[in-house]
Design a protein around this ligand. Sequence first.
Ligand SMILES: Nc1nc2c(ncn2[C@@H]2O[C@H](COP(=O)(O)OP(=O)(O)O)[C@@H](O)[C@H]2O)c(=O)[nH]1
Ligand SMILES: [Mg+2]
Length: 471
Amino acid sequence: MTISTIAAISTPQGSGGIGIVKISGPKAIDIAQSVFVRGFSPSGAPQNHAVEKEIHEFESRRLVYGHIVDSESRQVLDEVLLAVMRAPHSYTAEDVVEIQAHASPLILKSILSLLLKRGAVLAEPGEFTKRAFLNGRMDLTQAEAVIDMINARSSKAADMAFAHLSGGFAEIIKSLRSEILTLLSSIEAAIDFPDDVGEDIEIEKFVASIEEEMLPRISALISRHDDVNFLREGLKAVIVGGPNVGKSSLLNRLVNRERAIVTEFPGTTRDFIEDSFITRGIPIIVTDTAGIHESPDPVERVGIEKAWEYMSRADILLYTVDAGKPVSANDLSLFRQLSDKKIILVINKTDLPQEKILFLVPEEWRDIPKIEISALYNRGIDELKNFIANLAVDATPQMENAIVPNVRHKTALEKARSALSAVLSGSRAGVSFELISMDLHSVIDAFSEITGESIGADVLDEIFNRFCIGK
Ligand SMILES: Nc1nc2c(ncn2[C@@H]2O[C@H](COP(=O)(O)OP(=O)(O)O)[C@@H](O)[C@H]2O)c(=O)[nH]1
Ligand SMILES: [Mg+2]
């Protein structure tokens, strides 16, 4: 199979100082050469011969000044700086050429189409990084970290992405795998040479190392995901409560714009509305939901069902009540159904005159953290944000490093854990070494899935499709 040479605009859409067009593949240098002219003079003809020799001799990773010229039309497209990065010392481990042009969408597109005319093909989303992975420049956890890095919306998320990008997570997985491989090789030796080795395997030691060493390490990684993954994607805070208590007003205050419609009529919000903000480096995804009550309106009822769905997936519920109303039976029963959730009781409309404040915290809610606000007058909103951040930080275990498995890693770790548990119970029950070896192989497969040593094309596509073009 011949490897194509790909090209794409690698900088974001829009006008700016510099825009970069990137080429990668076996023909990258030839294609670049066919459009790049050094020492171009507008009066004289481009001196292509001299240039031809030159570009192949460019020092790797050094910028060279020149022009992009369409030799057919003699049209000069831009004045640029060009860098050659020779295989394997480049992002993709292939020959790479980067052209730094002026960041005008028009210019960048015209340079790109000239490259495509000269034999490059348009890169797919994430294709540069996919090639880096396929060429062994990075493992799959690092490739995933590239997209996390690009998408990081908070400093904490960026720290995590960087820890993975540096290969920290891959190292942990590789060391786990190599320990399993050691166990496996002793088991397989016992299968192949039962007379020599069979007696020597100390099953007790084997069992102990799985039980006391391996399983706890895998479980710790899984809980790390459960506890801290919200830092990657954002903490999910869902605003819930009865109708008309000011949930939509609260959302608007939190995200500091008029995101949700606010009216004096109950039942205004039927769909859920999602937005986000960052507080103390933690991204918070906040969702406003339809007020929970028995509604005769079928549309609102669908909204209420959705609200339940959101509540069940929330990390934190902002349970909002109206300070001007006594606690309702609706609230009491709703609250009971949410007892397993992390809740902040938000008492809204505290701007109402004293004689109108009718809400009293019921006895069974006494232990819930509570905060008084006025969404209408923007009072107590910063305190509430702080409150949310504190809850998030309290929930976060002391992090000695920023390594946090993502959802895909977690699924594979769970596979590894259950196969390893099977090894453990099998060894105890005295099943054959053949069976134990099969389970150990499944553990190794699960680890290989994480680092990408063995992975289906469909999973790869799913990962790289989340990238943008040009990365
Ligand atoms: N006095 C007062 N009224 C508020 C406050 N927050 C919301 N409201 C009013 O309460 C009504 C319902 O607000 P809305 O945000 O739509 O409530 P939702 O149905 O829970 O989403 C509107 O008329 C708001 O202006 C507040 O802090 N103080
Ligand atoms: Mg609303």
